[in-house]
Design a binder for this molecule. Sequence first.
Ligand code: NAD
Length: 492
Amino acid sequence: MAVSTDLKEYQNLIGGELRAATGGTLTDSIDPSTGKAWARVPKSSKEDAVTAIEAAQKAFPAWKALSASERAACLRDAAEVIASNGGELAALETQDNGWVIRETTYGLIPVLQQVWLDAAGKATEANRGQTVPMSPTSLGYTLREPYGVVVGITPWNAPLFTFAIKAAYALAAGNTVVIKPSEQAAVSSLHLGHLLKDVFPEGVLNVICGPGSEIGDTLVSHPAVDKVSLTGSGGTASSIARATAGKPKPLIFELGGKSANVLFEDANIEKAVEAICTYSIFTGNSGQLCVGGSRILVHRSIIDEVSAGVKQFLQNPQLKQFGPTLDPTTTTGPIATKSQFEKIQSYIQLGLDEGAELVYGGRSGGTELLPDRSDLTDGYWIEPTLLKSETNSLRVCQEEIFGPVAVMIPFDTEEEAIALANDTEFGLAAGVWTADLSRAHRMVAALDAGNVWVNTYARVGVDLPFGGVKNSGFGTDSIEDYSREKACVIEM
Ligand code: NAD
């Protein structure tokens, strides 16, 4: 890819220093609202990856030896740094991946602070073991210990959030960390690395940007790496599993989904429609949300009402508005990358070719959707698109599209709704809308998903686990998963 001049250049954080990639190689980062380069990020080499791992390895013994309260103090400082630089971080994330500023400012930044503070509060618990009396003369106990060097690999749709949940909990438990953000949207993570440079002892936190296809294998298979956490696609998870097969190490995989949002006939339709159009699938980052409710299962008796409600909501310019992503009145951003933009366009066409009915949307491109904004013509805009299908077997109902595209599928009975919801290789999330409490509990128990929301959607919190089942992954970015238990018996 051509490299532009006159753009701000960002650097890796390795061993407590800001460093360019070997040979100074850089790649352009594209603002998806304009399609133009706006910053340059390091294109790190395998050699840089090894340097980052070695820095983390060197820093580990001293970081592990600190008391939990000393580690917690660093994490609280990190939360403070994020709070005082929140506006800048929000703007960088917005320009990098297109997630609108009103959501990065008021949604993302406060959550980041919460995560870093929560991890600080859990630092003591991370190392707390159990006392196990075994006989009058023998005492068993367990110690919880950090793994060592943790590599956290993050996606382009939520760089700062995934940085936080991996780094904060791993560091709290006494591990040292190498974060590798997606090369497609690395600016906010690199800038955060810069801001945190003096918060942690050198080498404790490292941030390195480079193509996963080139440096990923080195990062995950290096013998000094003790644990790997990926948030990303199933294809990348398979590559990591292959790369580490010869030298197995614990993995956390937070992967994709094809989540069902189930609307029963007694649902509060107005609230369910609002969720669909704002925080379930047609979101401020255009449905590029791992838990996106991309299959909307609707009781046949209310499907016309739901379709009409969604159409009315999406047509209202007061409620849904494309525009410059840094403008706080814009509610809907572009697709983060050109390749993802093209993939979503082809999925919409595929759905129509497969026989799905177009209920709303389907258009794409700046010329079509923002005719009065010549500055945004080349951005990767896609209209929220609602399809309808009688069957769950279409590819658009089975494959993760990862964009503002949902398929509505009718059902007649609760049993059918459960069967349809579970008829997918994924198991990340599900939503249920009903006024019947008994049915709500039955559905929560019956759905194959790591997260189920009733009469709401996408509600996550630091005190709840977050992870998937089936092909949506395993493990959680939590304090528990970043320490391991050692057993000891003392004979007296
Ligand atoms: P991706 O798998 O293409 O990339 C994720 C990261 O993996 C990037 O940093 C990339 O550089 C790196 N990578 C690529 N190849 C690699 C390799 N061979 N070895 C090691 N690392 C490699 O995913 P994406 O396109 O950036 O993100 C979208 C995907 O992420 C979707 O499937 C989405 O559902 C998923 N996601 C899941 C969650 C969750 O919590 N479950 C959250 C956000 C996104």
